[in-house]
Design a protein around this ligand. Structure first.
Ligand code: UDP
Length: 474
């Protein structure tokens, strides 16, 4: 008898259309493709356009004939900023425009091969609804930090206990309704939207709905590892027992696929690689890398405070200043001051977008001034680079508290932006307290690397995920 091997399962991966989630899920897509699964990576037309324009996605993924990139409308005009305050418009359009198109795609065979399993961002609640409607297995992936996910799961409790909305402005008072964080979580460390003073705030509603929906999925993937967040993961497992802790995801590419320095195959912007040559000329661990991620905007005053603090610290720095980082004000408000470019030349280097993973792995980098986005935090942690945190929104406030207070990986500068403080923090991180931070950063980097090598818990959980997906197609 002729026993033919069953065809490989087909997984549809649907990230939230922002840089961080797309970067992260693309790494999972690569790992699943390399394991022989068929992968359809579904993005919005806007994101597809940017990926094809700025990233090497086509050449990079040509080695996986079982991978395809597919796109769908997000209902917004091409020139919509999809940034800062306008993010909510994107969420509304995803619900009203993308959701029906997505349902149609899944039910009318719009994916060429039938799909066996969906992996969708947990915040896309409609993806869970539709999967349940058509009886298809779905695994949620939250690319945001698990410490934030746990706070979000506790939102009903925080509201019920009266801890949010805040009754006074004492942001240093302690929060007691988040089990496992009673000893260190202050009001100021809660997600930024908790400060709105209104429990009907659209972000509170969005994330509260998510916490009710996530347990309905067949599993939950988190980009973390047991040694980093074990106790928190135990709490999350009480609601989502089938949890896959497979992070740091980019670490698997290094260990499993032996990619020495994985190219950022998912960049939405043109990477300026000249900064790597500049880094080659600097002494070991002498450079502070500065970046506030892909979405955060800052004011011109804040930009100048950072610049003066950096210059006055006397340290070398490599700074990512995105052309749209000054937000959507008038033209003169959005212009990066010329004196900043000029006055930086002595010890600094400015780029619009950097190959961040490679920068953090560079031997000249000794610190990271970051907005504490979860991907940036993990990328820094994996390379043993201590951080100064200046969080902006969503999960960043709680991430920076963990970096500063729980993991001892750096300094939390939230809610201040003053040149004197910037200067002092840079000196502390790069000089005065350098040994202390380096010790804990190296220890954590070692644990992170072990978790993604054979025998490590993240390695095992990724194998379990692949096996579970295979069994879904039988
Ligand atoms: N990133 C990059 N180059 C830059 C700045 C950021 O490649 O100049 C990447 C970074 O490596 C990370 C992602 O963009 O993977 C940002 O994700 P994160 O979760 O840190 O923050 P977000 O942009 O979502 O606020």
């Amino acid at each position: 008898m002729d026993h033919q091997a069953p065809p490989p399962p087909h997984v549809l991966i649907f990230p939230l259309p922002f840089q961080g989630p797309v970067n992260c899920m693309l790494k999972l897509a690569e790992l699943l493709s390399a394991a022989g699964l068929h992968v359809t990576f579904l993005v919005t037309h806007h994101i597809r356009h940017r990926l094809l324009r700025h990233s090497p996605i086509q050449t990079h993924f040509s080695r996986y004939p079982n991978f395809q990139l597919v796109s769908i409308s997000d209902g917004l005009p091409e020139d919509h900023p999809r940034l800062g305050d306008q993010c909510m418009e994107l969420f509304d359009a995803l619900e009203s425009v993308t959701k029906p198109l997505y349902r149609q795609m899944l039910t009318s065979g719009g994916t060429q091969k039938p799909v066996n399993c969906i992996i969708a961002d947990g915040i896309l609640g409609f993806a869970i609804d539709i999967a349940k409607e058509i009886g298809m297995p779905i695994i949620s992936f939250r690319t945001i930090s698990p410490c934030f996910i746990w706070v979000v799961f506790c939102l009903p409790k925080l509201i019920e206990s009266g801890e949010i909305p805040f009754r006074d402005n004492d942001l240093d008072s302690m929060i007691t309704s988040v089990p496992g964080m009673e000893n260190f979580l202050r009001k100021r460390d809660l997600p930024s939207f908790c400060r709105s003073g209104d429990v009907t705030d659209p972000f509170i509603r969005l994330f509260s709905t998510e916490s009710q929906l996530s347990p309905r999925a067949d599993g939950l993937i988190l980009n973390t590892f047991e040694d980093l967040e074990g106790p928190l993961l135990s709490h999350i497992r009480t609601l989502c027992p089938n949890l896959y802790a497979i992070g740091p995801l980019h670490g698997h590419l290094k260990s499993r696929l032996a990619v020495a320095s994985p190219p950022s195959s998912g960049s939405f912007r043109q990477e300026d690689r000249t900064c790597l040559a500049w880094l080659d000329q600097q002494p070991p661990k002498s450079v502070l890398y500065v970046s506030f991620g892909s979405l955060a905007t800052i004011t011109k005053d804040q930009l100048m405070e950072f610049w003066c603090g950096l210059v006055n610290s006397g340290k070398r720095f490599l700074w990512v200043i995105r052309s749209d980082c000054l937000g959507s004000g008038g033209d003169s408000e959005r212009q990066i001051p010329a004196e900043l470019q000029e006055g930086t030349k002595e010890r600094g280097y400015i780029v619009d977008w950097a190959p961040q993973v490679e920068v953090l792995a560079h031997s000249s980098v000794g610190g990271f001034l970051t907005h504490s986005g979860w991907n940036s935090t993990l990328e820094s942690l994996f390379e043993g680079v201590p951080m100064i945190c200046w969080p902006s929104f969503v999960d960043q406030q709680v991430n920076s508290r963990f970096v500063g207070e729980v993991w001892g990986l750096g300094l939390d500068m939230k809610d201040t932006c003053d040149r004197v403080i910037v200067e002092k923090m840079v000196r502390d991180l790069m000089e005065e307290r350098r040994d202390e931070f380096e010790r804990s950063a190296n220890r954590m980097a070692d644990l992170a690397r072990r978790s993604v090598t054979e025998g490590g818990l993240s390695f095992q959980d990724l194998d379990r995920l692949i096996q579970d997906i295979r069994s879904m197609s039988l």
